[in-house]
Design a protein around this ligand. Structure first.
Ligand code: ZN
Length: 212
């Protein structure tokens, strides 16, 4: 690759590290970028840096956001009694597109997978537990607190082995908190990726959720 000179080789090498980009695609993209007007190339580079620098995790739901708490957690119109647990920020975006869910989210950033060495501690399960415990008002409390207490956790992890294992684990650790834990219904294709399921199917899966 050195025939193109060091800067181009470096660009090709960096691009080829991106998921789904092979050597040929990396070369094609590199030459496309080189031929861009300077301001377009600068805009691309600064978008990458800004996304990396300015995006953080919401301190409440662990979603990607540029404000903490994120716009959904900060929205007083959302129903704070219901939390939907998803694997990925893209799953959250998919449910937002349905326009049928008005609760809050919790983003795990993955699923339990012993095969890939991903355990509960690699996910944001501890943060979820803390969030639920803080909401646990227990006994005599003011009305304001009652309205804030979480009543239901909907586990909307992907309907595959890892997603099911994660759902069962969450149901198990939430049991002592006596919060209703539900799982989205099938209708989401088994082994499917929530991100790619259409909105009608997602809405139906949400309506048909069952307690676990
Ligand atoms: Zn949030």
């Amino acid at each position: 690759m050195k025939i193109y000179g060091e800067p181009v080789s470096r660009l090709i090498e960096e691009l080829s590290r991106l998921p789904g980009i092979g050597g040929k695609s990396a070369q094609r993209l590199a030459f496309y970028i080189i031929n861009l007007p300077t301001e377009r190339a600068e805009s691309l580079a600064s978008a990458i840096l800004s996304a990396k620098r300015d995006v953080k995790y919401c301190g409440v739901c662990c979603a990607l956001t540029d404000s903490d708490p994120c716009a959904i957690c900060a929205n007083a119109k959302r129903d704070a009694k219901i939390i939907m647990v998803v694997e990925d920020p893209r799953d959250m975006a998919a449910y937002e597109r349905t326009g049928e869910f008005f609760g809050l989210y919790h983003v795990l950033h993955g699923a339990i997978s012993p095969m890939h060495g991903v355990g509960p501690n690699d996910l944001t399960i501890a943060a979820l537990l803390k969030r639920l415990q803080n909401s646990d008002t227990g006994g005599a409390v003011s009305e304001a607190n009652v309205s804030r207490a979480i009543e239901e956790v909907i586990v909307a992890t992907n309907p595959n082995v890892e997603g099911e294992a994660t759902a069962l684990y969450i149901a198990k650790i939430l049991k002592p908190l006596e919060i209703k834990v539900t799982r989205i219904a099938h209708g989401v294709p088994v082994g499917g990726d929530l991100e790619f399921v259409d909105e009608v199917t997602l809405s139906r899966a949400l309506e048909g959720r069952r307690e676990i």
